[in-house]
Design a protein around this ligand. Structure first.
Ligand SMILES: [Zn+2]
Length: 416
């Protein structure tokens, strides 16, 4: 990431100033003893460790995956000073390749609603002062819809990150939960663009709706047996009959369900918002994808996301979808194209996704927020480069691309 390398030069000076404060040095010494253990992951050929902050020249060490390290200082943007655990080897490296050994958010295969629930409880127990958990609704099949808030809930500004509005795109809830844990872990010692995470989240309340559509996700992950309600199972079966009859699918029932995008009532939540509702709908009745419902905001999931948006007026919104490694940033009717040009340029300098053109309103969340009275900067990232649902083989690249998106967006919201 060239962007971060260039910043290294700028921040060398900042680090020197930071270290020259005796308070900083004593804090640093105390943290050195207490630092949790992290391990190297996603490094491929190994993680380079450098002698100084510029991260230039030959590395002084190359650490294979699973090497244990402790973080002595940082992160500052994507840099950390580390010591290899149990040795005297110290140096500077890229924090995106380090995962805390006792991390709460961890997944081997597919990240489920139940795992997320458990993770939310554990994160709440570990960070009771920093994480606020609101249940903002319940899905038709009885699953909680969450708004997770980091930092000061009554901060003057807020931002919103949401994932999993489309069922089969269920890698993104895992991504945002890892982003959340990282922000919590480094809350007291992380910096982004010279602002401490503490300062950022004291001024920008970060709202995360990690899994907008938990019923649909359960259905895509485990099939109809994941649903409790017999009525919903009947609805899903009726969707299959309709999609077969109209040639919208040729797949077996099981394969069809893995490709599910809608909620368990067969309504595509990203067609259920007010602006452009009913325009360009791809299905005329409940279906695995593309059906808007009969009225906007008919679904509890849509309503929950809309409520968080209307209650907190986020000035920055990040939407996670899959797939394609592309980014949507504008709509034809948007009231906020000008501010989004600058914001999207900035975000795409961090995440090198292809910028997509603007479409006309068709009931999506993006259409709706860009028609509202609150000026909003927003970008929609489409993660992954294979068809959904995809396995965690896609995840290392996604993590490296997105691990600093929240910090960057929060800093943008704070300074604009
Ligand atoms: Zn999507």
């Amino acid at each position: 990431m060239k962007y971060f390398k260039n910043l290294a030069l700028v921040y060398t000076l900042f680090f020197i100033l930071f270290l020259s404060s005796s308070d900083a040095i004593s804090t640093f010494a105390a943290e050195e003893i207490q630092s949790p253990i992290y391990y190297v992951r996603f490094s491929g050929q190994g993680l380079n460790v450098y002698a100084d902050y510029s991260m230039s020249g030959d590395p002084i060490a190359v650490l294979p995956d699973s090497t244990y390290v402790q973080i002595l200082l940082g992160p500052l943007d994507s840099f950390v000073k580390i010591r290899v655990y149990g040795t005297d080897l110290e140096g500077y490296t890229d924090m995106r390749y380090l995962k805390r050994l006792d991390a709460v958010v961890y997944d081997y295969d597919i990240y489920t609603y139940e795992e997320m629930n458990e993770d939310i409880l554990q994160l709440q127990a570990r960070y009771p002062e920093l994480l606020h958990v609101n249940v903002i609704g319940q899905s038709a099949d009885g699953r909680n819809l969450y708004d997770l808030i980091i930092g000061n809930p009554s901060a003057p500004k807020s931002m919103l990150v949401h994932a999993g509005i489309h069922a089969r795109e269920y890698t993104n809830p895992y991504l945002v939960m890892e982003q959340l844990e990282q922000c919590l872990d480094f809350y007291d010692r992380g910096y982004f663009h010279e602002k401490s995470y503490g300062e950022l989240f004291d001024n920008i309340a970060l709202h995360i709706v990690p899994m907008v559509n938990p019923d649909g996700i359960a259905l895509s992950q485990f099939g109809e047996s994941a649903l409790q309600s017999p009525e919903l199972i009947q609805t899903v079966q009726a969707c299959y009959a309709y999609d077969i009859a109209t040639k919208r699918t040729k797949s077996s029932y099981e394969a069809y369900l893995t490709r599910w995008k809608a909620n368990a009532r067969g309504i595509d939540l990203n067609r259920n918002f007010l602006t452009g509702f009913g325009i360009n709908v791809k299905a005329s009745q409940p279906s695995y994808a593309g059906y808007s419902g009969t009225v906007p905001f008919s679904e509890p999931e849509t309503l929950s996301l809309a409520t968080v948006t209307l209650l907190y007026h986020p000035s920055v919104i990040i939407s996670y979808h899959s797939m394609g490694e592309v980014a949507y940033w504008n709509t034809v009717e948007s009231r906020y194209t000008a501010i989004n040009t600058e914001f999207s340029n900035y975000m795409l300098s961090l995440v090198p996704y292809k910028r997509m053109g603007s479409g006309s309103a068709s009931g999506s969340y993006l259409d709706w927020i860009y028609s509202g009275d609150t000026p909003v900067c927003s970008i929609t990232f489409e993660t992954g480069n294979v068809d959904c649902p995809f396995t965690l083989a896609q995840y290392p690249k996604i993590w490296l691309q997105h691990s600093l998106v929240i910090q960057a967006a929060a800093e943008y919201a704070y300074t604009h």
